[in-house]
Write a protein that binds this ligand. Structure first.
Ligand code: NDP
Length: 252
């Protein structure tokens, strides 16, 4: 039977907007203490304040996850704030769409730095920290991939590369850390209302996204994805939800 998250400490990256913000609120409302990472300090501080006002516990830890030292410090400070670390939600991500031919390669580096290396740095830091947990022992790493981690599509090649990578990494990691009582879940959302598309300035990309959105009809809200993440986190220690694919009903 599912439990609530009372007594648990959960660190969430990309908590300044969209899915990360909704996940932080949902975890806090389920009883967890939450540590919030993102670069926009004002946003994570305001969210921490909101959670505290609602009676929850939250700490804002402005972090750029692409900087390994900052990623490590985020995980350590989350542990220090709450005296344990039960969950890490690797949610920070960027999606910069476009053709491979003639691409601005700085955009590739940005996606690989955030979606892949940022997730790896936080995970690498969190595993030994989670092993410090006693009563209960163990931990849970939730990696946010995408439907783009299962289906490749024209114009998303490098984003696909990062999200397919997150799926493969998550399964290999699951097999590695299960002996420590650490669970791994990969979550693959479909089209979700958020700021994710806002970083794309190419009018062709924007038009393509607008068309896709129209085809789908009602897209997911960030809260819909947050609910899937909390579902995985709330399972008792012997239940490991390994993968959740959640799409808007109208998405092909
Ligand atoms: P948002 O753009 O709303 O959120 C992205 C978050 O990532 C922000 O909080 C941003 O914070 C953070 N972030 C970006 N770069 C960094 C960095 N270097 N260090 C720390 N944090 C960073 O988009 P979503 O909520 O939609 O995206 C969340 C995740 O969900 C991403 O991994 C995305 O790929 C995935 N996803 C989204 C889908 C969608 O349709 N929206 C579908 C499938 C998956 P800040 O800028 O303050 O640093």
């Amino acid at each position: 039977m599912a439990q609530d998250l009372t007594g648990q400490a959960i660190a969430i990256t990309g908590a300044s907007s969209g899915i990360g913000e909704a996940t932080a609120l949902a975890c806090a409302r389920a009883g967890a203490s939450v540590a919030l990472a993102a670069r926009r300090a004002d946003r994570v501080q305001a969210l921490a304040q909101r959670i505290e006002q609602e009676g929850g516990r939250a700490v804002a830890l402005p972090t750029d996850v692409t900087d390994e030292r900052q990623a490590r410090a985020f995980v350590e400070h989350a542990y220090e704030a709450f005296g344990r670390l039960d969950g890490l939600v690797n949610n920070a991500g960027v999606m910069l769409l476009g053709a491979v031919t003639g691409a601005d390669t700085a955009q590739w580096r940005r996606m690989i730095d955030v979606n892949v290396l940022g997730l790896l740095y936080c995970t690498h830091a969190a595993i030994p920290v989670m092993q410090r947990n006693a009563d209960p022992a163990g931990g849970h790493i939730v990696n946010v991939s995408s439907t783009a981690g299962r289906n490749a599509s024209l114009g998303a090649a490098v984003y696909n590369l990062t999200k397919f990578g997150v799926c493969g990494f998550s399964e290999a990691l699951r097999q590695e850390v299960l002996h420590h009582g650490i669970r791994v879940t990969v979550v693959e959302p479909g089209f979700t209302e958020s700021e994710l598309l806002d970083h794309n300035t190419d009018p062709m990309v924007q038009a393509g996204a607008a068309h896709r959105r129209q085809e789908i009809g009602k897209v997911l809200e960030s809260e819909d994805v947050a609910a899937a993440i909390v579902y995985a986190l709330e399972q008792p220690a012997h239940v490991s939800v390994n993968e959740i694919l959640v799409r808007p009903t109208g998405q092909r």
